[in-house]
Design a protein around this ligand. Structure first.
Ligand SMILES: Nc1ncnc2c1ncn2[C@@H]1O[C@H](COP(=O)(O)OP(=O)(O)OP(=O)(O)O)[C@@H](O)[C@H]1O
Ligand SMILES: [Mg+2]
Length: 366
């Protein structure tokens, strides 16, 4: 049988964008497969919007090519690209009613009136706002307006849905709800989606794939699990989640463990995942959630690896979790986050902290 590989839905090939002397996006290769929800994640100014606007046709690449379904689209005008777009400010037409807002993209497509009505009705059902056709945007809440923006984007049955921080104007609770809404809708329609955000929780909870960006460069791409648990560099480890970083040197090996002598004088053991060799300078990354804290009375002498004694110097509550800072002496400090239902420790209390070798991730020193 002749198995042909389906082409990616969107492909960036050596795409670069300059505004005058400012390089907004460095030369980038990126492939997005059909039906995937991919997030572009990174701090302000890293080039997320610029990448998205190039797919949309609102910016032209300075160099390189963009393909949709194997067709080069650099010179295809915006309205011929069949893309759905949703931006941060809902950008509904304030003087048009909801029907006309949603039907907007259909009017230029030579579609019979009857079909337009049916499509609008169906799109409003999809975003769970049936029957609001006659209302004006100002008569809807922020979250509802954002759903109308979604209905308007999906009604044209786009090849790709482009969303630029669509939830950032909403308050935290609504945002959480809308996050699930976008996720469900995307899965129901199976529409390829590029979602821009600088919110790591948003990215981790929704994406099939996350592209972490900084200064116009792609620093890592992978599933949420991979970028979270196996970050390939300091920036990614730091940007996603709360991490402890400690510098050291590979000093030896024992079975599948690597022995790392920390500059601060202690020894940490990490599970071997890469071909490290003795003398390599490394940075050990340990997620705050991966440290276990326990009192001296529960000290179990069976495994003394990666076990440190310290004193709680700071404690704060974050939802169902408690965040602690623990002073290990010699200028070493550990940030640990534990679930509220476990024991709560007091500031000044002496505790032990331990991280299992499988949760110690090694990066090459930068
Ligand atoms: N039209 C423009 N003219 C000049 N410089 C621009 C233009 N648009 C973007 N830039 C610059 O390009 C870089 C990337 O901007 P971009 O808007 O893509 O970042 P972003 O990741 O979307 O940031 P944010 O999270 O703040 O939205 C920034 O340095 C920005 O100042
Ligand atoms: Mg932006």
């Amino acid at each position: 049988m002749n198995v042909e590989k389906t082409p990616p839905m969107v492909r960036f090939k050596g795409v670069m964008k300059k505004f005058g002397k400012v390089v907004a996006v460095e030369k980038t290769d990126l492939e997005i497969n059909e039906g995937e929800l991919v997030t572009l994640l990174g701090p302000s100014g890293c080039g997320k919007t610029t990448l998205l606007r190039m797919v949309a046709g609102l910016e032209t690449p300075t160099e390189g090519d963009i393909y949709i379904k194997d067709k080069r689209i650099n010179d295809v005008p915006v309205h011929q690209r069949n893309l759905g777009m949703i931006f941060q400010n809902y950008a509904l037409f304030p003087h048009k009613n909801i029907f006309d807002n949603v039907a907007f993209g259909l009017k230029y497509r030579d579609i019979p009136k009857q079909d337009i009505t049916e499509k609008v009705v169906r799109a409003l059902e999809m975003v769970r706002l049936p029957g609001v056709e006659k209302r004006m945007p100002s008569q809807l809440s922020g979250g509802q307006q954002q759903r109308i923006a979604m209905a308007r984007a999906i009604v044209i049955e786009p090849d790709v849905l482009l969303m630029d921080e669509p939830l950032s104007a909403l308050d935290e609770n609504l945002r959480e709800e809308m996050r699930r809404e976008v996720d469900n809708l995307q899965q129901m329609l199976g529409v390829t989606t590029i979602f821009v955000t600088h919110d790591q929780r948003e990215a981790l909870s929704m994406s099939d794939k996350i592209v972490v960006m900084k200064d116009g460069r792609k620093l890592q791409e992978g599933t949420p699990d991979v970028v979270y648990n196996r970050p390939s560099n300091h920036f990614v480890a730091d940007f996603l989640g709360h991490s402890n970083f400690t510098a050291g040197m590979v000093a030896g090996f024992e079975d599948d463990l690597v022995e790392v002598h920390l500059d601060a004088g202690n020894t940490l053991w990490a599970l071997q995942k890469n071909g490290w060799k003795e003398g390599d300078r490394v940075e050990v990354v340990i997620r705050a959630q991966k440290y276990e804290i326990f009192p001296e009375s529960e000290l179990n002498s069976a495994d003394a690896r990666n076990l440190f004694k310290g004193r709680i110097t700071d404690r704060s509550y974050m939802g169902g979790e408690v965040s602690y800072f623990i002073d290990l002496g010699e200028g070493q400090e550990v940030h640990a986050i534990s679930m509220m239902r476990t024991q709560i420790y007091e500031i000044g209390e002496t505790v032990y902290v331990q991280a299992s070798p499988q949760h110690c991730h090694l990066l090459p020193a930068e």
